[in-house]
Design a protein around this ligand. Structure first.
Ligand code: SF4
Length: 452
């Protein structure tokens, strides 16, 4: 059973009289377990919906749904499948106390993998889940493989019950399900010869494995440092060499590199990033693979639409990881706009200085970094650092931060979203011809997850 959270008034759901709190019980007699059932079973043009209104009345609707017309129903958030693994490098264990409750949830949920690209391990699949993945064609899924050797993988996941991943992937691939995979590299465990074995094993699955990313393990001050350490520069270089060998083979056989090192791996190895063309469609960008090149590509394609910012000083907040890479990106925006873009590199005071990604920057640290920067005309903040409620990892709201900052601030994923697509208010930066917007509603926000 699933429950309605809200209904758009000018929609099929609104016309039916569905209201918040309505229980959606079954479609064509098939019980509804979650949002996937709802989306897939109501995709037909005609179906019977059994529901229970908050009054307790049970109703059956005979629904005609012309193609493409949304039901207008947003469901209550799904109960997230918890992770049964206990990786030494688990980021949840690396969280300090006092964060928002959801940040302590270890999710391992194939449904979120399909919907949002979260990585899942497939260690908690029941036969019913496997059938469902095939029936609903939940493809591609994002899978944390780490190692194809079952013993090593079980050790990494700290889960002696973890099934053998290769037969699992093959079973799904034979039924038309594809995967983007990742290997989080833990020195002394799944690097070296094990990495080569894992890449070869995944490659051997065939086209069902669409890509593999190799990501260096990242630890915080609160991680289990007695059990796991980060890679040295030489270990990163060796891993990149293995990635290159496999990518060369894939390029020759399949016409695409298939196997990618995360930006962080290049950074830690002190080696230059591949060109943008290397990353194809940037399919693992959200996993930190090709993010810098993606940013540059976005800017290059929007160059003609970027505003004239001559005489303006624009701050760009980022974490230490992007600090060394960002100047090449900023140079391109500056050249295109005439503005002066200045990097504001913020250290992570919450997780410790070893956590360098912009997406985990606490609002309080950003605020401190901006307090005395009255010289800046406006500032772009990393949009990936807030959740859908526009709250930073330390519970500081972006709106509150904006209210206290000495200059206008905007959340941005890639510069282009703010400078072109959303516009920057002329009162803030003197750009003419831009429509005022809510400061924090970029096109990426406010999208109703779960709304169909
Ligand atoms: S799979 Fe490992 S890293 Fe991921 S949530 Fe579970 S314990 Fe944490």
């Amino acid at each position: 059973m699933i429950r309605v959270q809200s209904v758009a008034s000018d929609s099929i759901g609104g016309e039916l009289g569905l209201v918040p709190g309505t229980e959606l019980v079954a479609v064509n007699g098939r019980p509804l377990e979650d949002f996937l059932d709802w989306e897939f079973l109501t995709a037909d043009e005609r179906f019977l919906l059994a529901a229970r209104l908050p009054t307790g009345d049970e109703v059956e609707y005979d629904i005609e749904r012309p193609e493409g017309l949304p039901m207008g129903v947003t469901l209550e958030p799904p109960r997230i499948r918890r992770c049964g693994n206990h990786c030494d490098f688990c980021f949840v264990d690396g969280n300090p106390d006092g964060l928002r409750t959801p940040l302590y949830i270890r999710d391992d949920d194939y449904r979120l993998s399909f919907r949002y690209g979260n990585f899942a391990t497939l260690t908690n699949l029941k036969p019913w889940d496997m059938e469902r993945i095939v029936e609903y064609r939940l493809s591609p899924l994002y899978v944390s493989v780490h190692a194809t050797d079952p013993t090593i993988r079980r050790w990494l996941l700290r889960n002696p019950e973890a099934p053998d991943i290769l037969p699992q992937l093959v079973w799904f691939a034979e039924r038309g399900i594809a995967f983007h995979t990742q290997v989080v590299l833990v020195p002394g465990v799944n690097d070296g010869v094990e990495l080569e074995r894992t890449l070869a094993g995944l490659y051997g699955v065939g086209p069902g494995v669409l890509s593999v990313s190799v990501v260096p393990v990242a630890l915080t001050e609160f991680s289990k440092h007695g059990l796991v350490r980060e890679l040295t520069r030489d270990e990163c270089r060796a891993a990149l060499a293995a990635v290159d060998r496999m990518a060369s083979r894939a390029l020759a056989d399949r016409g695409a590199p298939w196997c990618y090192g995360a930006d962080d791996l290049y950074l830690q190895a002190g080696e230059p990033l591949p060109d943008a063309a290397w990353y194809g469609d940037f399919e693992q960008r959200e996993n930190g693979v090709g993010s810098v090149r993606f940013l540059q590509t976005r800017i290059a394609t929007a160059v003609d639409r970027l505003p004239d910012l001559a005489g303006k000083r624009i701050g760009v907040v980022t974490g230490k990881a992007m600090g060394p890479l960002m100047p090449q990106v900023l140079g391109e925006v500056a050249a295109a706009t005439g503005g002066r873009f200045e990097l504001v590199v913020v250290e992570n005071t919450l997780f410790g200085s070893s956590v360098t990604t912009a997406g985990l920057l606490p609002g309080a640290a950003i605020e401190r970094a901006l307090t005395d920067r009255r010289d800046l005309d406006f500032v772009l903040l990393p949009a990936e650092a807030v959740n859908d409620d526009l709250v930073f990892v330390d519970d500081v709201s972006a709106d509150d931060l904006a209210g206290r900052a000495p200059m206008p601030v905007r959340l941005s994923y890639d510069f282009v979203d703010v400078l072109v697509e959303c516009g920057v208010r002329s009162a803030e930066c003197g750009i003419e011809g831009h429509t005022p917007h809510s400061p924090f509603r970029t096109p990426h926000h406010g999208v109703g997850k779960g709304e169909v």
